[in-house]
Write a protein that binds this ligand. Structure first.
Ligand code: NIG
Ligand code: FE
Length: 409
């Protein structure tokens, strides 16, 4: 049975936009008085509401009686929402003046979350992940990448990935898991970073593949985590095993983005410390430059150079990095809106970064745009002017969200 939803004051299908480089708002397609027909979780047609009424006279009508702007659901292509415990102690130390690296060296940081996540049972981790995914979904985020990386042992990495898989069955949101066993060398691992990465490649990834828990890997390239050289080898080997790759790159020091581009990773994420060299490399490549304003806000540090990346011609996506340490807020729209004011990003660039330009980071073929045949992942904001969405800096939330054509309660 087809359902015709509308009329909407405006529909922004986010179609016909270049994946790379600058965008002006005038380039956005805006369908006034639009409607959308959905069936079996997919989009059937998008056009002027009246024309759809004529073309699909037998459809069920989902009448929208207030002015609303319809967009594709957002894609959050970088999160760590599977964890237990908080890191408010770290945060208090940080705002009192201690640096991220100082806190890590004092026993806080990622290892603290590893300790808390290791002792949590799979039910708790699943419930935590479902709760965060459902909160995101209510806020219009219909596809969410979720990383492991707070387990860092065979048993605990598998527990995290199984929890993410189970969470995906208990939330309408689409969850895409990534193995981030290469988040840091665990403190209790006796061996070099190369040996640890080799262990991930030979002992952990084959089990993940066998259980179909993930087909993606991530690695954190940084002085407190893994070197560029070790990471390059790891990525090449993991990709040879059939995993797609993404990289935590250039967060505090440059070097990771170059590794990501050379490895033809799907994305290089963070980039707060990228220099002109990394910007040029990313712009020339097909690697998506994922900027994470939530981590800049959480750490009180500079934003990634999104404006420069776009000017140079890169594909820029914006993700939340929602995690207990550097980005606890987890509000993607607030973060994108606040960053856009500081970095001078156009509304078109921001909305594209949350939809059509985030899709390739996750190899999504049916999300991020409103096109017939794509998933009916939709969100409607209570306004007649799409520019209000960033104007209210994330405080205006979608009034309605549909996942695969079903209204989220
Ligand atoms: O993306 N940079 C490394 N990893 C996370 C932080 C995780 C944590 O601090 O727990 C990030 O910011
Ligand atoms: Fe991250």
């Amino acid at each position: 049975m087809k359902t015709l939803i509308g009329p909407f004051a405006q529909i922004l299908p986010m179609t016909g936009l270049s994946l790379k480089g600058t965008l002006q708002d005038e380039q956005l397609t805006v369908i006034p008085k639009g409607g959308i027909v959905v069936e079996n979780g997919e989009i059937v047609a998008i056009a002027e509401y009246k024309s759809l009424l004529q073309k699909y006279p037998d459809s069920e009508i989902a009448f929208i009686d207030t002015p609303q702007v319809l967009l594709p659901g957002f894609i959050d292509c970088h999160t760590h929402i599977c964890y237990d415990g908080t890191r408010s102690r770290d945060y208090a130390m940080r705002i009192a003046g201690k640096s991220y690296l100082e806190i890590a060296r004092a026993g806080g940081g990622i290892w603290d979350s590893v300790t808390k996540t290791r002792v949590a049972d799979i039910v708790t981790l699943t419930e935590n992940t479902v709760a965060r995914a459902n909160r995101h979904l209510k806020e219009g985020v219909t596809t969410i990448e979720v990383k492991s990386g707070y387990g860092l042992s065979l048993e605990s990495e598998l527990k995290m990935l199984r929890a993410i898989q189970q969470a995906g069955m208990h939330t309408p949101a689409t969850l895409i898991s990534t193995c981030l066993a290469a988040h840091m060398k665990p403190r209790d691992y006796e061996g070099t970073e190369e040996e640890y990465l080799q262990w991930v490649l030979t002992e952990l990834l084959p089990v993940i593949q066998q259980e179909q828990l993930s087909n993606r890997v991530d690695i954190f390239i940084e002085e407190t985590a893994f070197s560029a050289k070790a990471a390059a080898h790891f990525l090449q080997q993991a990709m040879q095993q059939g995993f797609a790759a993404t990289v935590h790159a250039d967060q505090f020091s440059a070097g990771g983005a170059e590794v990501a581009v050379n490895a033809q990773a799907l994305s290089a994420d963070h980039l707060e410390a990228s220099s002109e060299k990394e910007i040029a490399l990313l712009a020339k490549s097909d690697t998506v430059a994922v900027v994470l304003p939530g981590a800049s806000l959480g750490l009180g540090m500079q934003y990634a150079p999104a404006r420069k990346l776009l000017n140079a011609g890169a594909c820029v996506a914006i993700a939340s990095d929602w995690n207990p340490g550097s980005a606890p807020m987890g509000d993607l729209l607030v973060q994108a809106a606040v960053m856009s004011a500081a970095e001078k990003l156009s509304t078109a660039e921001v909305l594209a970064a949350l939809t059509v330009r985030a899709a390739p980071a996750l190899q999504l073929k049916d999300a991020g745009q409103l096109i017939a045949g794509y998933a009916a992942d939709l969100q409607a904001y209570p306004t007649a002017d799409y520019r209000d969405i960033l104007y209210y800096q994330g405080k205006m939330k979608p009034a309605m969200v549909w996942k695969k054509g079903v209204l989220v309660p």
